[in-house]
Design a protein around this ligand. Structure first.
Ligand code: 5GP
Ligand code: SF4
Ligand code: MG
Length: 464
């Protein structure tokens, strides 16, 4: 998963993009980068590994002069964690510098890349966004708009993209609309971002969300709608609402906070825990869900777990002999909330089950009399091919274990998940969701890489 930003017609665009990236940090923590284009069309790039706050310094931002910028935060879903794979890309194109920031995952990237390599293309990274750059460069279309469009028509899968060519910014969302993207106004300029929470920090106001298949051009403070991409069955990623996006964002026309609260209410309606004394979330991703559960059930909401917000990606255990359980670094129970009580623990999703098992151990050690675990999404049974880094099928506990087996593994008194129908009801608007990782109903043909083939049985490709 990744976060993308575009800024046009705003002085010190790179600093505005930097703020936007800060608000999209949750979408990717591996690397961050910004390309800025100055008034004469010269582009500069700075990208580095790590968090936005580590990747940029005052000195590096000062170098990024200009009133046009695009930015990216990366969480690898395709390609490894190395600087060469950090985005945006910046290349010299005949029409000026071309840069690209991609959120999503292309399902035919391997096939396209093999073909391009056979035709003599030289790749500098292993991420699929680079394929789009080559396709633009090789297009025979007469205009730049046509060349970008040509590339977008050849790729399949999930993309919410920001591309700059010279001083023009293009933004596009694939026709299935897996990933969110929004346009905002900032003074006389315009911004684009993966989520609306970034607009708030940049000081921009929402113009509109990009809809599936939208392809727009941003120049001189104006949005020009280019012909839409060929329509497909809309497949918004329901997991964006369940887990990935920030609750203060509005995506797919829905307030993320509102949907999460409704998912919590659905859990309380269909999966009650009679006699429980207190309900709490596994912070922070399920806070709104626990609130909804409490509102609907009348069970008192409290803070049963406290999360350490300063856990970096590379925690070094100070004393090897004191090897602490990983989960303890991140969470600690609040004893007086838990001791002697029957507790309902709400989480948004269960992936491998390892964090949850550790948490349950902690909650029991803190004196819980009964533990009722409730999940605001159905069992995850398959990997995501559209840009969320869910593990391989074998690592997903629900791909090979029944709910009862998972209950025993976690060591809880009861374990209940929302059903697919209950989750969709909570998310609103039927027939517009991708829920493939829960249902196995993949909206695109999926090309499995050799690695994935080894890990998945049976093959998961279910063409439309
Ligand atoms: P588990 O018990 O399966 O090890 O972890 C469950 C937790 O993982 C939940 O709290 C959920 O919020 C979180 N989670 C769900 N999806 C993802 C993901 O794609 N990446 C990360 N890092 N955490 C996730
Ligand atoms: Fe989202 Fe799951 Fe579909 Fe991936 S498979 S796009 S995570 S709903
Ligand atoms: Mg969580």
């Amino acid at each position: 998963m990744c976060g993308v930003i575009g800024v046009s017609g705003v002085s010190d665009a790179a600093r505005v993009a930097y703020l936007g990236l800060y608000a999209l940090q949750h979408r990717g923590q591996e690397s961050a980068g910004i390309v800025a284009v100055d008034p004469v069309g010269r582009a500069k790039l700075h990208r580095a590994m790590g968090l936005v706050s580590d990747a940029f310094t005052e000195a590096s931002l000062k170098e990024l002069t200009g009133d046009v910028a695009i930015g990216h935060t990366r969480y690898s879903t395709a390609g490894s964690t190395v600087l060469a794979n950090a985005q945006p890309y910046l290349v010299n194109y005949h029409a000026g510098p071309l840069s690209l920031a991609h959120n999503g995952n292309l399902t035919n990237a391997n096939e396209l890349r093999d073909k391009l390599v056979r035709d003599g293309a030289l790749f500098v990274s292993t991420v699929d966004g680079e394929v789009i750059v080559h396709l633009i460069a090789r297009s025979k279309a007469a205009t730049i708009d046509g060349q970008v469009r040509d590339a977008l028509e050849q790729v399949d899968g999930a993309y919410s993209l920001v591309i700059s060519v010279g001083r023009t910014i293009y933004a596009a969302v694939d026709s299935r609309g897996f990933r969110p993207m929004v346009i905002g106004r900032l003074g006389s300029g315009l911004v684009v971002a993966s989520e609306s929470c970034a607009l708030d920090l940049m000081g921009a106001t929402v113009v509109r969300e990009l809809l599936p298949g939208d392809f727009v051009k941003i120049d001189d403070g104006k949005i020009l709608d280019l012909p839409r991409l060929a329509p497909r069955r809309v497949s918004r990623c329901v997991f964006e609402l369940v887990y990935f996006s920030r609750p203060d964002s509005t995506i797919f026309g829905e307030s993320v906070n509102h949907v999460r609260r409704e998912l919590g209410r659905q859990l309380a309606r269909h999966h009650p825990a009679p006699g429980a004394d207190v309900v709490f979330s596994v912070p922070d991703s399920s806070n709104a869900m626990a609130l909804g559960y409490s509102e609907e059930s009348g069970i008192k909401l409290d803070h049963g777990l406290i999360r350490n917000h300063y856990v970096g990606r590379t925690f070094i255990n100070p004393v090897q002999a004191l090897r602490v359980q990983k989960v303890k670094i991140k969470f600690n129970p609040v004893r007086d909330v838990i001791n002697g009580r029957s507790v309902v623990v709400i989480d948004d999703s269960l992936v491998r089950g390892t964090t949850s098992k550790g948490l349950v151990g902690m909650i029991k050690e803190a004196g819980a009399r009964e533990v009722h675990f409730r999940l605001a999404s159905p069992p995850i049974t398959g990997p995501c091919h559209y840009g969320i880094a869910t593990p391989t099928r074998e690592e997903l506990i629900a791909s090979s274990h029944s709910v009862e087996e998972i209950r025993q593994y976690l060591g809880v008194d009861t374990l209940e998940y929302l059903t697919l129908g209950e989750m969709i009801d909570g998310a609103g608007r039927r027939n517009e969701w991708c829920h493939a990782c829960f249902s196995g109903d993949y909206p695109t043909p999926v090309q499995l890489t050799l690695g994935q083939l080894r890990h998945s049985s049976p093959p998961v490709a279910i063409p439309l």
